[in-house]
Design a protein around this ligand. Structure first.
Ligand code: 5GP
Ligand code: MN
Length: 328
């Protein structure tokens, strides 16, 4: 048995012998967090288990259209001890933003770089394009029928976490899984419309404002973006409306990396980064106490915006220079 098969077998056993489960994923959940979590919830339902879902932050607007989203309780504390807490998409338990989960038997399922192995059981696969891919394997191993609902949640996770099939962790397996999901009744165009085509005008205007103010560095290879409260107010949007915006600069051929500074409060900034190919911005995020993947990562920092920008430009410059020459 491979180490992955062993990990899956251990989790299958742990699930079979337990009854009451709490499921959680990371704060400010994305499509993979919600998709993996809800797919897992429906699989546990099918096994007759009791399932509670707790996340620190609400389900993003477009994903509320999917079945079961209303089951997710928004709280920063789990008051009860469950037979097991299944944590998905979190490299550390802190990433949940929910306290009290550690009083339950923790099962850690994740695909992020640098997962700390905080669970009583840990299954970590950095080669998975989405945590939802891992959940697919688990659902199959549990012998739960792949219903259209479970398949749809897994598909949402894969579609969003691969940046609509753009990122480097996509493998032949990704498509094998997607094939099985479509056979189980997933309708890709419907899912794509529900996930991506739900903009408000305020969101589009905010995109326009942020994109107009893009600055280029590194001979046009690096794009810098920023958003603050004033820009959000002027556009008539909200901070949440910037979700997904960071991916747009990468649609410019020459742009190889993007850094997006979002003012949280005063001198505190959320930094989101994206890159193409071998440029490892996950390592940079980690240096600043954040994390993520080679091509998509983030962290939170404090400082004057100009100094912060300079720091990150220097880091990315090194990463761009350091990538293997075969990239372009
Ligand atoms: P985003 O830029 O969309 O917020 O995050 C991109 C990726 O980096 C996601 O996979 C996310 O989980 C990860 N990430 C973002 N911010 C942090 C952070 O502060 N800590 C860690 N460990 N990962 C992060
Ligand atoms: Mn993910």
């Amino acid at each position: 048995m491979s180490s992955h098969q062993q990990a899956i077998a251990g989790i299958v056993d742990a699930i079979r012998t337990r009854q009451r489960f709490v499921l959680s994923s990371h704060a400010r959940p994305d499509g993979d967090a919600i998709g993996a979590q809800l797919a897992m919830a429906y699989a546990l339902d099918a096994l007759g288990k009791d399932v509670v879902l707790i996340n620190k932050d609400p389900v993003p607007g477009p994903l509320r259209a999917f079945p079961g989203a209303e089951r997710i309780v928004v709280a920063d504390r789990a008051d009860e001890t469950y037979d097991a807490a299944i944590i998905m998409e979190c490299s550390t338990l802190d990433r949940t933003g929910v306290t009290g989960l550690d009083t339950s038997f923790v099962i850690n399922i994740d695909h992020h770089q640098g997962n700390t192995g905080y669970g009583a059981l840990n299954w970590f696969d950095e080669s998975a394009a989405a945590c939802a891919e891992m959940v697919y394997d688990l659902v199959v191993a549990l012998g739960v029928p792949m219903t259209r609902t479970i398949a749809t949640h897994i598909y949402v996770g894969i579609l969003t976490d691969t940046g609509s099939f753009h990122y480097s962790a996509i493998s032949a397996r990704t498509f094998d899984i997607c094939r099985a999901l479509v056979e189980a009744g997933v309708e890709p165009p419907r899912v794509a419309r529900a996930v991506f085509d739900s903009n408000t005008l305020g969101r589009l205007r905010l995109f326009g404002a942020v994109l107009s103010a893009i600055e280029l560095e590194q001979n046009g290879h690096l794009a810098l973006m920023r958003v603050d409260e004033a820009m959000v107010a002027r556009a008539g949007g909200t901070y949440d409306d910037t979700e997904g915006l960071i991916n747009l600069p990468l649609t410019v051929k020459e742009i190889l990396a993007v850094i997006f500074f979002k003012q949280v409060e005063g001198d505190e900034y959320r930094v989101s980064m994206r890159s193409k190919g071998d440029i490892d911005i996950g390592a940079i995020a980690k240096e600043f106490g954040g994390g993520g993947h080679k091509n998509a990562a983030g962290c939170t920092v404090r400082g004057a915006i100009d100094a912060l920008q300079k720091t990150f430009i220097d880091k990315i410059e090194t990463a761009i220079d350091g990538r293997s020459v075969s990239h372009r």
